[in-house]
Design a binder for this molecule. Structure first.
Ligand SMILES: [Zn+2]
Length: 495
């Protein structure tokens, strides 16, 4: 059940100049002074929103993240409240992590000296940025241009290192200084999309489009946002429009994928819960769909607790009959289910959630969490190790074989297991899964906080091994040795 690798996104971090801004922090805005109701779900979760309605078996309400709908079957009660609206978790979500490159760079002619002041000797010069900001506060348009160029250079530097969080912060500063500039709007929207913040990105793209209605880049990115929000017809329309404005190979690929999904799902039924949109073939039992949603909501809570993190926008889950699954995924035959930003699961012949299906659901859902937490930068060995660990697998059965391989220096290198596994020979795949699980299991045994720190570093470090070094002070060979020791002491009898 790999698959994450199918969509891990471009590895080459293209040189990216410039960016920009953002006046408003998305997600910070609850409608002040409005009155809130609380929808209490059977699983204990509480959703605060207003304009609660109840129709066609769904309870809907308005939240800062947009209007959401929940199946009535999941709702315990609705509490009316006259207090001002509190907070709802900010928007964001499960990365529909398409391989889409950043929009073209924004040029800052004549600003090279500014860029050199902002970034030099392999680091961002914060004092220099503060000086440009202070000068911009005077209001001179030249000073503002320099400050924008300085923040853009800093964003560029962070992006090239793979630190999307820092790149976004710098880009937003630049946009705040020059809020109407289209390249800056596109760049911030792009970074938000990479982080799974589809709704927030759409707002920025709307602003960009008001200024530049025929921007192919705006249509391309808007299609991505719609796809991430599971709005397939809108995504297809945007990407078709982008192709008319300026044909583009990345858009062609994304469009083909969305059209195929749309065709297969056109007569699918849809179910919805607090964190999921579920589509399934009419031949699958509706009871199965409902049961799958309940299991997923439980898994959502437990994974969120474990990783101290939760995706912010609904995750798409598609249940296929086996035939449709093979047609749509074109994955190697050893792939059982798949997560490419949407969780795709074959359920031929099932009418209830079997223990095996429950494991698959939790496994694939873990991939969604990890991908979003790491901005799609998680190495496959860590993704698969964590997904197996979360689904409940442990290394007992494979411990002896793994230790023997290690002792013969025949263990798989973690570097090899960072990228896609789709081209690994079938017999090696089993070993890759077993080894990945053992590594995560050993880390969990030494302290669950290690994994959380590691995921945080994976999101910002240049390489996965660098993330391991900065979070656990270990390199690959040391982690491998520690794992072999763990397997030996936990599962093998000592001589
Ligand atoms: Zn997997």
């Amino acid at each position: 059940m790999p698959g994450w690798s199918l969509i891990r996104g471009t590895k080459k971090l293209r040189r990216w100049r410039t960016l920009a801004i953002l006046a408003v922090a998305v997600g910070a805005s609850a409608p002040a002074g409005a009155h809130a109701d609380t929808i209490v779900l059977k699983n204990g979760r509480r959703i605060v929103g207003d304009s609660v309605t109840r129709e066609y078996g769904k309870v809907s309400c308005e939240t800062p993240a947009g209007r959401i709908s929940i199946s009535e079957s999941l709702v315990l009660r609705i509490e009316k409240d006259d207090l001002p609206v509190a907070v709802y978790p900010p928007p964001n979500t499960s990365a529909a992590n398409l391989a889409i490159a950043p929009p073209p760079p924004d040029e800052h002619p004549g600003m090279e000296p500014v860029a050199r002041e902002a970034v030099h000797d392999g680091a961002i010069d914060r004092a220099a940025l503060a000086r440009f900001e202070a000068a911009a506060a005077s209001g001179s348009s030249e000073a503002v241009k320099r400050a924008v160029a300085a923040h853009s250079a800093a964003a560029d530097f962070s992006f090239a290192r793979g630190d999307l969080t820092a790149a976004l912060a710098q880009s937003e500063r630049a946009l705040a200084l020059d809020p109407g500039q289209v390249p800056l709007l596109l760049n911030v929207a792009y970074l938000r999309l990479r982080g799974g913040e589809y709704a927030g990105a759409l707002d920025l793209l709307d602003r960009a489009r008001r200024a530049a209605p025929d921007s192919a880049d705006a249509a391309k990115l808007a299609g991505w946002a719609d796809y991430g929000l599971n709005r397939l017809p809108q995504a297809v329309a945007e990407w078709k429009r982008a192709q008319q404005l300026r044909p583009d190979a990345e858009v062609a690929k994304a469009l083909a994928k969305a059209q195929q999904d749309l065709e297969v799902e056109s007569n699918y039924l849809e179910g919805e819960s607090a964190h999921f949109v579920l589509r399934y073939n009419g031949t699958a039992a509706p009871e199965l769909a409902r049961a799958v949603l309940l299991v997923l909501e439980d898994d959502f809570q437990s994974i969120a607790q474990n990783l101290e993190f939760a995706p912010r926008e609904p995750i798409a889950v598609i249940l296929y009959t086996s035939q449709a699954f093979g047609d749509i995924t074109r994955a190697p035959s050893w792939v059982g289910a798949l997560n490419d930003g949407r969780i795709r699961i074959p359920v031929q012949g099932l009418d209830s959630v079997t223990p095996e299906l429950a494991r698959v659901l939790k496994h694939e859902l873990t991939h969604s969490f990890v991908a979003e937490k790491t901005h799609g930068r998680c190495p496959v060995w860590l993704q698969e190790g964590l997904a197996q660990w979360m689904e409940g697998k442990r290394s007992g059965d494979s411990a002896a074989a793994l230790v023997a391989l290690y002792d013969r220096h025949d263990d798989l290198s973690l570097t090899l297991l960072e990228g896609t596994w789709m081209s690994l020979p079938g017999e090696v795949v089993g070993q890759a899964y077993a080894w990945s699980l053992a590594i995560v299991e050993a880390m969990e045994a030494s302290g669950p906080a290690d994994i959380e720190r590691l995921l945080e570093r994976v999101a910002v470090e240049v390489t996965p091994e660098g993330a391991l070094r900065s979070s656990q002070h270990l390199d690959y060979s040391e982690v491998t040795r520690a794992t072999a020791e763990y397997l030996r002491s936990t599962y093998l009898r000592r001589p």
